[in-house]
Design a protein around this ligand. Structure first.
Ligand SMILES: [Zn+2]
Length: 388
């Protein structure tokens, strides 16, 4: 990035961050930081932690990297909180190696720092690394907290490590950490992925009555009995009932651009439409069959195909194709799960356009290179990660 950027510029960029869910919180942080600037207060560790966390939430890797350099240049103390925010930011923005580098360089690490690294590995599907880091945390005699355990249990679930998952679960209960819905969710996920459905039922893991958890369990069971497609369809219906629309963001030259499903209000909408049209022609010409079951509206098949091309991540990817050139990686952050058709189409785009694409959805990272997905597990349809 250009070195003419100032912190004020970064804050200005952040102030136009998307207003969906997490974005609201970002906005608040940024206003607070902006106020500090106006009052003539120099950016300090506290401001940096807020802004770096804002970058982590929205996947603004460019800004995050710039802030990292800025901290060094301005001589801002790279303390425990700042370093932890950087580890979290790099991990959430898809740069797990860089996250690990910052983590390794930390002279002192508290539970929050260890947890950020463990959760980071877990969301990247790196179960072995997450558990090794947890072992080192125990060696260093740092007491794990509930976030650490979410990282450990979800790593076990992603890695299909049932025996280990059970072991950590009992240790956690013995150590007196009160399990939260997230912990129960990880255990349901762990058993279901291993096809141990009875073990996975909320009553088996002694989970309290909770609608969300029961819905998760039910959806996973539907997935196993009806197969992947029907599972996604049911999941779609559930997600649709919650009334949330798909929303994806992409950072271009330090600005975060937000795209909502079927919304063409972007100033460069005409060019984006052009790219979408070209991409759809090319993708279809290599034999892609649109998976129209991903579309919930009660319309004809032709309209369903068109609706798929308006999914928010496609708009964001198209904008990435329009504004950047290889080898720049197209990085998109999405608020819901990626649907089956978008997953397949993105794979094809990565090959046809020779571009690396990384999509972070509500659950995990999807990395597409040369028509393939990298580091994703074959879950055999038992519990897939799709469904807009
Ligand atoms: Zn989609």
């Amino acid at each position: 990035m250009s070195n003419t950027f100032t912190l004020a510029f970064v804050l200005k960029c952040c102030s136009i961050l998307p207003a969906f869910e997490e974005g609201k919180q970002v906005h608040k942080h940024v206003i607070a930081s902006g106020e500090m600037q106006k009052g003539g207060v120099e950016p300090d560790e506290v401001t940096m932690v807020s802004v770096i966390s804002a970058c982590a939430m929205t996947g603004a890797l460019g800004l995050g990297k710039w802030l990292h350099t800025f901290i060094g240049k301005k001589g801002i103390k790279n303390d425990l909180e700042v370093s932890t925010a950087l580890v979290n930011m790099y991990a959430k923005c898809g740069c797990i190696e860089k996250a690990h580098e910052v983590f390794e360089a930390m002279p002192v690490k508290d539970a929050k720092a260890w947890s950020s690294m463990i959760v980071g590995f877990a969301i990247h599907g790196l179960a072995k690394e997450a558990l090794e880091t947890f072992a080192k945390m125990e060696e260093a005699k740092v007491e794990p907290n509930h976030v650490t355990l979410i990282g450990v249990l979800s790593a076990c679930a992603h890695g299909g490590l049932v025996v280990e998952g059970r072991k950590y679960w009992s240790t956690m209960l013995e150590s007196g950490i009160e399990p939260s819905m997230e912990h129960y969710g990880c255990m349901v996920d762990l058993f279901c992925r291993a096809n141990q459905i009875e073990e996975a039922s909320p009553s088996s893991i002694r989970a309290p009555q909770c609608r969300e958890l029961h819905t998760t369990f039910e959806l996973i069971c539907i997935g196993i009995t009806l197969g992947e497609n029907e599972h996604s369809k049911k999941a779609n219906e559930r997600e649709g009932n919650q009334g949330r629309s798909g929303c994806s963001s992409i950072e271009i030259n330090g600005h975060v651009h937000e795209f909502v499903m079927g919304n063409w209000s972007h100033p460069e909408a005409k060019d984006i439409r052009g790219i979408i049209w070209e991409v759809s022609e090319r993708v279809q010409s290599v034999g892609h069959e649109p998976w129209i079951a991903s579309v919930l509206q009660n319309v004809g098949d032709g309209e369903k195909q068109d609706a798929l091309w308006e999914h928010s991540e496609r708009l964001a990817i198209a904008y990435g194709l329009l504004k950047t050139k290889a080898p720049v990686i197209i990085r998109v952050v999405k608020n819901l799960r990626v649907c089956v058709d978008c997953h397949e189409v993105t794979k094809t785009i990565s090959k046809l356009y020779d571009r690396e694409i990384i999509v972070r959805d509500r659950i995990r990272f999807h990395k597409f290179v040369d028509g393939r997905t990298i580091g994703e597990l074959n879950l055999g349809g038992a519990f897939n990660t799709y469904g807009e």
